[in-house]
Design a protein around this ligand. Sequence first.
Ligand SMILES: NC(=O)c1ccc[n+]([C@@H]2O[C@H](COP(=O)([O-])OP(=O)(O)OC[C@H]3O[C@@H](n4cnc5c(N)ncnc54)[C@H](OP(=O)(O)O)[C@@H]3O)[C@@H](O)[C@H]2O)c1
Length: 267
Amino acid sequence: MSAPAPGQHGGDRHDAGPDVRDAAGPGAGDLGAAGERDVPGSGVRDAAGSGGSGRARVVGLVFDVADPDAAHAVAEAVGEIDIVFGNAVMRVGPQDEPRAIIDEYTQVNNFGTTRLLRAFGARVRPGGRMLIVASSLGTLRHLAPVLHGRFDGLGSLDEVDAATARWRDEVADGRAQAMAWPGFVNIPSKIAQVAAVRAVAAARRDILVAAVCPGMINTPTSGLWWDVRDAASPAQAAEALLDLALGEIDPAHHGELVRFGQVVPWK
Ligand SMILES: NC(=O)c1ccc[n+]([C@@H]2O[C@H](COP(=O)([O-])OP(=O)(O)OC[C@H]3O[C@@H](n4cnc5c(N)ncnc54)[C@H](OP(=O)(O)O)[C@@H]3O)[C@@H](O)[C@H]2O)c1
């Protein structure tokens, strides 16, 4: 992999302290890292501290993507940036009642994603990348045709947010049960993420904007749903994502969902 303009955005969910902010001044080859809920910032700082010998300046900032203002504040602290990954997902399991979790779930997974795209979109340098970790489930093929119009052809993040809010409200008040929505809330949520990527990509052609499926990974979240003992480790799964982030840009990936370097058709 080569990294002509390496970097990532940084997130510290709870404590973007001045020391870290100082390290993330404008022009840094900037890193984005996910948060650590129990010991605020420790996972991010470990990751940032093991940055290897590349040229990127790696900083660790943690923020809550469900906080309406946090992404914007972190983006301002970071300044210009080369690579943004949206990866956060709220952990839910088969025992969770969709009506009970859908508000927070969409705040993290969907409105968190669109806030990230809005906050960092204008700050990504030409030639940079905005990558949203979605899933192969995030295509219209996994949605009943009668619902395709909800997420197909949306032209802006505002339209995506409105479509997400409409679905959320239908789940929350029980109407979704009488409709064709899948019971597995991950599916519409991932479709909405890919719809957001498609909307941003249509408006921004000087950077790569793509959704990416990491394949099955052995993580605590997937372990709630499937037997993932033989699935890829997070480090293994990260390889294809880093290829997308640091390798040659393939114009065919723009606005698409990419899995192991191949486009997964939207419909
Ligand atoms: N695992 C799979 O097989 C698989 C397959 C396809 C797609 N994916 C996608 O890959 C991504 C990662 O999934 P995963 O399995 O690695 O999940 P995971 O192990 O549960 O990790 C989720 C990450 O999101 C962070 N997070 C949760 N809520 C957040 C919030 N409000 N603000 C900021 N960060 C938050 C978590 O931080 P804390 O650790 O601090 O809680 C954690 O770092 C997700 O988008 C998922 O849908 C996963």
